[in-house]
Design a protein around this ligand. Sequence first.
Ligand SMILES: CC(C)(COP(=O)(O)OP(=O)(O)OC[C@H]1O[C@@H](n2cnc3c(N)ncnc32)[C@H](O)[C@@H]1OP(=O)(O)O)[C@@H](O)C(=O)NCCC(=O)NCCS
Length: 423
Amino acid sequence: MDLTQRTFRAVSDRVEDNPEFVAWWESVMLGFLAPSPQEIGVEWALRESFADGWLQRGLYDESLPAEAVGGDHPVGTFMAFDKTINVGGATIPIHLITDVTVRPTHRRRGMLRRMMVDDLTEAHAAGHALAALTVTEATIYGRFGFGPATFVQSVRVDSSMRFALRTPTVGRVELTTQATMGRVAPEVFARHLAVTPGAVGRGSLYAEQAAGIFDPRESARDRRVRNALHFDDHGQPDGFVCYDVRKQDGEHILTIRDLVAVGTDAYLALWDYLGNIDRVSRIDWASAPTEDPLLWALVDQRGYAVTGISDHLWVRILDPVVALSARTYACPDTEFVLAVTDDLGLANGTYRIEVRGGRAEVTRSADRPHAVVGVEELGSLFLGGVPARQFHVAGRLRADDIAAARLGQLFGGVRRPYCNTHF
Ligand SMILES: CC(C)(COP(=O)(O)OP(=O)(O)OC[C@H]1O[C@@H](n2cnc3c(N)ncnc32)[C@H](O)[C@@H]1OP(=O)(O)O)[C@@H](O)C(=O)NCCC(=O)NCCS
């Protein structure tokens, strides 16, 4: 089988200028088992690709018979784009990966491996310290050095008469139009990103989609989406929620599509608004923080049920010196020598992490390490979302008990990381 790999960027946001993108997008839809590849939001995807500088990657099979979906349609797809991530105390660039598919007729012949290794090697050479993705299956990406680093929980909140917060809320909540939300949400999100460890920058059209201005699956406005903004005491918007309400078995159920707050005041005030909408008896949200301020702010905690927890952002460290120097550390001053193993040869080595006043100086070291960890585990430890002891008891961290505890103190964050961006 003759396979050619090509990368390309959109040349404009007009479909007629980008036949290569259209074929690539149709292949993505085929790979994700979408119903009709020709019709799923290609204009929308192209607009975002052009605005965000997506780097599309495709593997093309020159040997396809004439009757097969064409040779101009890649049999493997992969896409990367650059955004920023809050690593705790700083926001740094991150290389985000998505749209990874291999045509079912070509699976398990190393095509994903080829695209992934090439992409990560190029990102590393270009100076990226971090890469990340979200996953459909938890068993695929560890082998490439990605570890689950942030988590979200699905919650079901009773919003009948039982819903009440323990303290009065601050600021005010007002309903807004889809158009205004599309305009204001990115500014609020930028402030949320600046203060939220684990938060990752959003695509240029993210807010429009969340607000209901455009649903790419339907190629139309999503009229079910309602939007509300929170204003602080100075009248500045500092939080928003996008939601819909549907009737099921005689009950009105509200589903949160997106909820972003700059701080806890806005977060709780938005919940107070949602929890007091007449006739709504239940609120569902699939992306709540695992350290949710709402739980301990409720008068009746039994009205808050966690119905599931899932991994969200998977982080891959490409350059430990840059990545580990960027974040802040909540532990007392310390020195730790950490060896990292990496099958792809990008991050391996031994590193001295010297913490003074919450910042770390990280250098390569020839000293004997206190602990040895795989790059996959380092990705999970890095933001403080998975405690080192979890890996230690699971046999995935080579260290004695004391060193494992010290490593846990080192990486333990001030707050649990939270990422509410889907890509
Ligand atoms: C997941 C997918 C991209 C894999 O592509 P592929 O070309 O078959 O993968 P490769 O042959 O390159 O396999 C690379 C490695 O991953 C492993 N692997 C691939 N798919 C896997 C899966 N679903 N579960 C567990 N391991 C998997 C292979 O065994 C192989 O391991 P090795 O190299 O360590 O021996 C492809 O099956 C697909 O398109 N699935 C549907 C879309 C999807 O879910 N995409 C993922 C989005 S996050």
